[in-house]
Design a protein around this ligand. Structure first.
Ligand SMILES: Cc1cc2nc3c(=O)[nH]c(=O)nc-3n(C[C@H](O)[C@H](O)[C@H](O)COP(=O)(O)OP(=O)(O)OC[C@H]3O[C@@H](n4cnc5c(N)ncnc54)[C@H](O)[C@@H]3O)c2cc1C
Length: 349
């Protein structure tokens, strides 16, 4: 099968890779300048929504795919970007610590939560907890290396709905395809009429890259109010990310920088100073019901979707791209909670 994938962020890369592995001929159409989200992401994955202490929907299934998919990609691209490492949570209150400890002993939490450890250079007066089955991916390295490796199959261009002709074979410029996968991230909310209406709730996020003398290079990812995690350059760190709704642009702001620095200084031991090297902003393709968009167009049956990964592309991407490939190749039905059809059906009434 010849498949066109629109977008080469985390969603498009993993969707196309799942199809390549099954022997299909994939071409990516991507203009990386349209959205930076995947390339600037912290790249963390973990099965718990730490702010609300909820287990991520379908995380059990998602975790099964993480290691095999990223390891196979590392082997293929000959680069190391996957770092499974337990996240450390710094507690804010004794009540939170007690809640954590009571969860540690009972299913389903016991497979994810345990006691924490001491953290060099950081203040954690109430204590820490550990989240296992978590870690991070250097998404920029993965995506850049992937683009380089598959360069003969990546077309660098802006692609608009009018460029895609369903005849019924799909025609894009001078190429023909049997299927198209839309994976353009939040930008789809602006100009792709094939999506159901009003499904996206884009959320802007900002992140700082830092130098912090005195923090150990092998610091695990830390969750306090934001995350502190290793930087993509050796000896550096990152903190973020902010969440702002209703401002879908990639401009950095002094307010976000201040917010991130103030909260970071609340956990650094006295004497440690953080110096900002870089500030970046991107927009997450979050959805109205906070669940991803996977599936098939109800009328243009050769058009498929992988989008709406919100703040969890690293955790969700490997699983969702495999179930999408199962749908495209074997017509295997999707879990209804992630099927984009839930929105298309509403439009029919
Ligand atoms: C600050 C920040 C921190 C984050 N941290 C994490 C994290 O720790 N863990 C995590 O899992 N997720 C994180 N995320 C979220 C994650 O980045 C997104 O969920 C993910 O990037 C979405 O990937 P995507 O491929 O759907 O979209 P995108 O990353 O937006 O990629 C879409 C691609 O398609 C291209 N494109 C779009 N429209 C067109 C078009 N018409 N023609 C051609 N090309 C087009 C874009 O330029 C881009 O290359 C973070 C996001 C931000 C902003």
């Amino acid at each position: 099968m010849r498949v066109a994938v629109i977008g080469q962020g985390m969603a498009g890369t993993l969707a196309g890779w799942a199809l390549c592995k099954r022997g299909h001929e994939v071409t990516w159409f991507d203009n990386p300048e349209r959205s930076q989200a995947s390339r600037i992401a912290s790249g963390l994955y973990n099965p718990i929504v730490l702010k609300r202490m909820r287990i991520v929907h379908l995380s059990e299934e998602m975790l099964e795919y993480i290691e095999p998919v990223y390891r196979a990609l590392e082997d293929r691209l000959q680069v190391k970007f996957f770092f499974p490492t337990p996240i450390q949570r710094i507690f804010h209150s004794v009540r939170e610590e007690n809640d954590w400890n009571s969860k540690c002993g009972s299913a389903p939490w016991s497979s994810h939560l345990s006691d924490g450890r001491s953290l060099d250079g950081l203040l954690a007066p109430v204590g820490t907890g550990t989240v296992s089955q978590s870690g991070w991916v250097n998404t920029k390295l993965l995506l850049d290396q992937f683009r380089h490796f598959f360069s003969a199959q990546v077309v660098t261009t802006d692609l608009h709905a009018k460029d895609i002709l369903f005849q019924p074979e799909i025609r894009i410029f001078d190429k023909t395809f049997d299927a198209v996968v839309f994976a353009e991230g939040w930008r789809a909310s602006l100009d792709n009429p094939y999506y159901p209406k009003d499904v996206f709730r884009p959320s802007k996020g900002e992140l700082l890259s830092l130098r912090i003398e005195g923090l150990p290079d092998d610091l695990p990812p830390i969750h306090y109010s934001h995350f502190l995690l290793p930087g993509v350059e050796a000896g550096t760190f990152r903190t973020g990310a902010t969440y702002v709704h209703g401002e879908p642009n990639e401009q950095v702001s002094s307010e976000s920088r201040q917010e991130l620095m103030d909260e970071l200084h609340g956990i650094l031991k006295p004497g440690l100073q953080a110096e900002v090297i870089e500030q970046k902003a991107g927009v997450r393709a979050a959805t109205k019901d906070r669940r991803p968009l996977v599936g098939q167009h109800p009328i243009y049956r050769s058009a498929y979707f992988l989008n709406g990964l919100g703040s969890r592309s690293v955790l969700m991407g490997p699983y969702l791209s495999e179930v999408l490939a199962d749908l495209i190749c074997d017509a295997k039905p999707l879990h209804p909670d992630i099927d984009i059809d839930r929105f298309f059906r509403k439009e029919q009434f």
